[in-house]
Design a binder for this molecule. Sequence first.
Ligand SMILES: Cc1cc2nc3c(=O)[nH]c(=O)nc-3n(C[C@H](O)[C@H](O)[C@H](O)COP(=O)(O)OP(=O)(O)OC[C@H]3O[C@@H](n4cnc5c(N)ncnc54)[C@H](O)[C@@H]3O)c2cc1C
Ligand code: FES
Length: 271
Amino acid sequence: MLPRVYSFQSSKQETYDTWTIEFQPKNGNDGFSFAPGQFNMVYGFGVGEVPISISGDPAKPERLVHTIRAVGEVTKALCSLKKADEVMIRGPYGTHWPVEDAVGCDVVIVTGGVGLPPLRPAIYHLLSNREKYGRIVLLYGARTPQDMVYTTELKRWRARFDVDVETTVDTAKPGWHGNVGVVTTLIPRASFDPLHAKAFICGPEIMTRFTIPEFQKRGVTTQNIFVSMERNMKCGVGLCGHCQLGSMFVCKDGPVFRYDRVQPLLSKREI
Ligand SMILES: Cc1cc2nc3c(=O)[nH]c(=O)nc-3n(C[C@H](O)[C@H](O)[C@H](O)COP(=O)(O)OP(=O)(O)OC[C@H]3O[C@@H](n4cnc5c(N)ncnc54)[C@H](O)[C@@H]3O)c2cc1C
Ligand code: FES
C-alpha cells in the first residue's frame, strides 16, 4: 500500500491523446517486478490517483512504463508531465494473463484501442519465450489508423514470420491499406487450433461481449477465454468496495478474469 516517489523520465506520443511514459524511482532502482496484465495506482500531485496498467516488458523490471490516455483530470495531468516531475506509484496489483498456463498452446490476442497496452507485457513475454508456445495471433482494432498505439512495434511484430498480426479500423482514411471493419470480423479467419488455444481479450466492454461468441463459434471453451475488465477504483486492493462486481472485486480478483467466472456479471456496472 505504501506509494513510492517516481520521476518522469521520458515520453512518446502514441496518438493525439495517448502517451507512453517511462518513470524512474526517485531513490535507487531496485527494479519493479510485475506480471503481464497487472496495474499500478498512479498519483498525480494535487489531482488524484488512477489505476493504470503496466505496459512495459516484464523481463526489464528496471524500466517502469505506462501508456496513458488523457481522458480526464488525472490522466491529463499525467500526460502533461515534464522531465523530473514527480508522481507517487503503488503496486503492482491484480491478477495477470495466464502466460504460464498457455505454454504449449496457441495464444490468440484480441484487443481494441487502448486495450493493447495492458496486453503488451504478455506479448513481450510470449515473444521472448517463443519456443514454448504454438501459434501466436494478435488481432488489433481501432476506430481510425490515427487511434492505433505502438505502430512501429506493430510493424516489427508483423514482419516476424512466427506471429500473425492483423489490424483493422472502423473507419479508413486515404492511405490505409489494411482491413476495415470491427476487430471481431478477423476471428473467423484467424489461424489457430481452437481445442488448444487460449484467448486473451482486452478492450471496450462492448468489444469483449461481441468477441466471446466468435471464439465460442470457433470451438474455444469458456475456460480458455480470459478477459480484462475495468471499473472505477479507489483503493486498488479490495478494501473500499468501489470496483465491486457481484461477489468479486475487479482490483483484487481481476482485472484479468477467466471468462466463465465473470460471464453472468460482464454487462453490470459497479455497485
Ligand atoms: C485495472 C485498470 C487498468 C487501467 N489501465 C489503463 C491504462 O493502461 N491506460 C489508460 O489510459 N487508462 C487505464 N485505465 C483507465 C484509467 O484508470 C481512467 O481513464 C482514469 O481513471 C480516468 O481518470 P481521470 O481523472 O483522468 O478522468 P475522470 O475525470 O475520472 O473521467 C474522465 C472521463 O473518462 C471516463 N472514464 C473514467 N474512468 C474510466 C475507465 N476506467 N475507463 C474508461 N473511461 C473512463 C469517465 O467516464 C469520463 O467520461 C485503467 C483502469 C483500470 C480499472
Ligand atoms: S478499488 Fe477498492 S475494492 Fe477495488
